[in-house]
Design a protein around this ligand. Structure first.
Ligand SMILES: Cc1ncc(COP(=O)(O)O)c(C=O)c1O
Length: 470
């Protein structure tokens, strides 16, 4: 087996093939056209399952070999590729971890892909509130998870988030231990942590925890194409068919070979350069954060060490209050200068580096931030998070119910049929099935008034349940 079975097979096919008598319609870009003008030779590798290539739905060739290489690299029982991001991996993991109608314990700050899994598996979610500090989520505590499991002894699965979007990793070992003691299956959303095992300064990887499935967006933190992700199985209790049959429900039968090839190369890049590139990138990130603090009013935020929290050093969280500007305004200023941040929120911006930033030039960005205009107005404060609304229907019942839209003034007391969230980070503020109470409506009003852009509202109106089925 070669060290990059997918890319080797694609190269071999490109060398051998005289004429394509099959899909895709661009025919490897051999006829001049707009697409080939744009992507050129890349199209040679945008293939379909012919000859020596493989099927993502039942792999037994180069895809399987590459998945096995990743499993060996991460030390897992098995690894499954997806070209639909961690979103597909999370949906499949929830379908694998639960029976229809089961209770699942979920931190409130999970990504909306978890909601998709809850809807498709028709689950009752029981939400656990994360702890917040300075407007940042730290994660759920062992005590709150224990309380949730005591209140819901029927829970079949626990989903954990590790790390948060902003790179805060929690004490997974304790949380997984508590879930295991309650006989729950454990799924870990480690979308932002595929790089963790490859450097000692990074948080401990979820693949070291005794969980069942760990989902990682290779594309987020490794050199892989957008949408390319994988799911690790960490135990022997479930067969490959058990998991893959669920994953296949949310994967196209025409997966992108470019994405698959990028997963194949990412694992090889990790083997060849993971440690050294991460070393350089972490040094670079620390230099950048220090220089920004010395030359601009932005202040780096880090989680407290008490409580077992660890910060991914490649995620630089910068508080903007001392500039008198909101995070949104700082992000706009940076965009005008050609710098695009990973995320802005009312009081902060997030810069994200990866192992591909080992040689990133930092001076121009630091100089640009040194010129950041200061404002004299009051910086935007965050409204305190409201209490959790009551979940009246299962999210699936509400999502697939007969709905109507109601103006804000008429929304009080109605049942939400759609999630409402800001993207990024894609964490729902309101779940389908929840009753729109005064506190949540006022919170959403305030976020909108402060310039937050929310998805799920229809020009300010709420989509609510009119009639639902049992
Ligand atoms: C915490 C978290 N989980 C899951 C996802 C979904 O990942 P993907 O974009 O790979 O589908 C995201 C995306 O932003 C995320 O932030």
């Amino acid at each position: 087996m070669t060290s990059t079975p997918i890319v080797s097979a694609l190269r071999e096919l490109a060398d051998k093939e005289k004429q394509s008598l099959h899909m895709p319609g661009h025919k490897q870009g051999l006829t001049p056209g707009l697409l080939s003008g744009w992507l050129g030779n890349t199209l040679l590798y945008d293939q379909t399952e012919v000859g020596i290539l493989d099927s993502l739905h039942a792999p037994d060739g180069p895809i399987r070999q590459s998945e096995q290489l990743v499993a060996t690299l991460y030390g897992t029982k098995a690894t499954y590729f997806t070209t639909n991001g961690s979103s597909a991996g999370l949906i499949a993991s929830l379908l694998a971890a639960t029976d229809t109608g089961a209770t699942v314990i979920v931190p409130r700050n999970v990504h909306k892909a978890v909601l998709a899994g809850i809807i498709l598996a028709d689950l009752w979610p029981y939400f656990v509130e994360p702890v917040y500090q300075d407007g940042y989520e730290l994660g759920i505590t062992p005590a709150s998870l224990q309380a949730a499991l005591t209140a819901h002894p029927e829970a079949q699965a626990v989903l954990l988030l590790h790390p948060t979007y902003e790179g805060v990793a929690c004490d997974l070992e304790q949380l997984v231990g508590i879930a295991r003691a309650a006989n729950c299956r454990v799924v870990i959303d480690e979308a932002h942590g595929a790089h963790f095992p490859f450097h000692p300064s990074l948080p401990t990887s979820a693949v070291r925890a005794p969980a069942d499935w760990v989902v990682q967006s290779a594309h987020k933190t490794l050199p892989a194409l957008t949408g390319a992700a994988w799911v690790h199985r960490l135990n022997d209790n479930f067969t490959d068919d058990y998991f893959r049959s669920r994953l296949n429900l949310v994967q196209s039968t025409s997966p992108s070979w470019l994405l698959l090839g990028s997963l194949d190369l990412a694992q090889q890049e990790l083997r060849m350069h993971g440690r050294s590139w991460l070393d350089q990138a972490i040094t670079k990130a620390n230099e950048l954060a220090t220089a920004i603090e010395q030359n601009s009013p932005l202040v780096r935020w880090q989680p407290p060490t008490a409580g077992g929290y660890q910060q991914d050093p490649l995620k630089i969280n910068l508080l903007t209050a001392a500039s008198g500007q909101s995070g949104y305004a700082v992000a706009r200023y940076l965009e005008e200068q050609g710098y695009y941040v990973e995320m802005a929120k009312s009081h902060a911006v997030l810069f994200m580096l990866t192992m591909a930033d080992a040689a990133m030039p930092i001076d121009p960005l630091v100089k640009c931030l040194a010129r950041l205009p200061r404002a004299t107005g009051n910086p935007i404060g965050l409204p305190p998070a409201p209490p959790l609304p009551q979940l009246y229907l299962r999210p699936r019942q509400a999502y697939l119910a007969k709905t109507c839209t109601v103006a804000r003034a008429k929304a009080l007391g109605r049942i939400a049929a759609r999630p409402v969230y800001a993207y990024p980070p894609g964490v729902p503020l309101v779940y389908p099935g929840e009753i729109l109470d005064q506190e949540i409506l006022a919170y959403v009003d305030e976020l909108v008034a402060k310039g937050g852009h929310l998805t799920g509202l229809q020009q300010g109106a709420w989509v609510v349940v009119v009639e639902h089925k049992e």
